[in-house]
Write a protein that binds this ligand. Structure first.
Ligand code: 3PG
Length: 405
């Protein structure tokens, strides 16, 4: 696959203005607004440093969270954190294509680095369209005259066909950055060598991505079993006819995932017990964690999988030869509810099989436990990684391939 697109090795970037799309979307403490994990910032520092060392004028473009969410913030703090990691000053401008931003780009000298504002502050950014359509958006039209090359290093967002990810590839020579190159090589290699039993551990909050993958990997025979946790687990419990309490049903509806319940019902009918769901869950009663069997769940928010589910899933993980995990099992940031996420990560770390962890939050939990070196691969991508494992084309990668043609 790596021969199908250009990389940083293919262009001389000295004295050139290079727009680098990175993915530094990071967990942010909802109370303090402080970045809780800098794994993605550290990862991209390799590409940024290499370009700066080669004499490029480096302009960084990134997003943080989604409109409406509590961690949908400016990137001022990300610039400071990147400066510390790189030990180089990363300038920051609080706009995307204002005259201030354009002036900041024009005045960059070789080796200098500038971070633009959160790309999702541009309202058109999150619309999914073709590369040609995205090349006509105001973001791409306004920035293109100021850049010589486009480097896409944002593997974690490569499944999105957003303007900042695919729009520049139409008219600007485009290459993959080092993070993109490595992720695509390692995951493709894993895909070409899947061994069975193969288990997918799907959790976290992005249930639409996860349930789509569940369908694909069961359909194409990649997965032998799916272990569901987090909101995905709650949706499957609901689909299986288990009373999860009104508060949890309301939460699922508030995220717009009611149709995922119907989808899960269909999948349960087709694939039966290949889809595992929690047998107990953890709620908070009188400020304490309480583990409760499914069937007796009160009208209280579910914050983690229960202890019996942990044991059941850990056994499946131990017996598997290939384990892919995406998304935490619960609200692991709260020590009362970190057990599900941490114990399953530990089970993976002790496995003799091939272990692949994908997704910002579960990757952060793995790094927090100091277990990153115990995994076969810790991917920076959640949705991007599982889409790839499910055999889907990634929009940003296809755009890079087309730009080489
Ligand atoms: C991620 O964290 O998976 C990427 O940054 C993509 O984010 P998104 O799901 O909000 O598009």
């Amino acid at each position: 696959m790596v021969n199908e697109f250009n990389t940083i090795d293919d262009f001389d970037v000295e004295n050139k203005t290079v727009l680098v799309r990175i993915d530094i979307n990071s967990p942010v403490d909802p109370g303090t607004g402080i970045i809780l994990d800098d794994t993605r910032l550290k990862l991209h520092s390799q590409t940024i440093k290499e370009l700066s060392n080669k004499g490029a004028k480096v302009v960084l473009l990134a997003h943080q969270s989604r409109p409406g969410k509590k961690d949908f913030t400016t990137l001022a703090q990300h610039a400071d954190a990147l400066s510390d990691i790189l030990n180089l000053r990363v300038k920051y401008v609080d706009s995307l294509f204002s005259s201030l931003a354009k002036e900041a780009i024009k005045s960059l000298k070789p080796h200098e680095i500038l971070l633009l504002e959160n790309a999702r502050f541009f309202s058109e950014e999150s619309l999914s369209r073709t590369p040609l359509e995205q090349s006509k958006t105001i973001l791409v039209q306004q920035l293109s005259p100021y850049i010589d090359y486009f480097v896409n290093d944002a593997f974690a967002a490569a499944h999105r066909s957003h303007a900042s990810l695919i729009g520049f590839t139409v008219n600007t020579p485009s290459v993959a950055g080092r993070v993109m190159e490595k992720e695509l090589t390692v995951i493709q290699n894993a895909l070409d060598n899947v061994e069975h039993p193969c288990v997918f551990l799907l959790g976290g909050m992005k249930a639409d991505d996860s349930i789509g993958v569940m369908e694909n990997v069961l359909n194409n025979g990649t997965a032998d079993s799916i272990l569901t946790t987090g909101i995905v687990g709650n949706i499957v419990l609901w689909a299986a006819g288990i009373d999860i309490g009104q508060v949890n049903r309301d939460f699922i509806s508030s995220r717009g995932y009611e149709d995922m319940v119907e989808k899960s019902r269909e999948l349960l009918e087709r694939f039966g017990d290949k889809i595992k769901y929690p047998i107990d869950v953890a709620c908070e009663l009188d400020d304490e964690r309480v583990d409760i069997d499914c069937g007796e769940i009160p009208n209280e928010a579910i914050f983690d999988i229960g202890i019996k589910t942990i044991a059941y899933y850990a056994k499946e993980i131990r017996e598997a030869k290939y384990i892919f995990a995406n998304g935490p099992a619960g609200v692991f940031e709260d020590p009362k509810f970190s057990m599900g996420t941490e114990d399953l990560i530990n089970a993976m770390a002790n496995s003799n099989g091939f272990t692949l962890i994908g997704g910002g939050h579960i990757a952060a939990a793995t790094s927090g436990l100091g277990l990153e070196d115990h995994m076969s691969h810790l991917s920076s991508g959640g949705g991007a990684c599982i889409s790839m494992l499910a055999g889907k084309d990634l929009a940003a990668v296809e755009a890079l391939k087309n730009s080489k043609k």
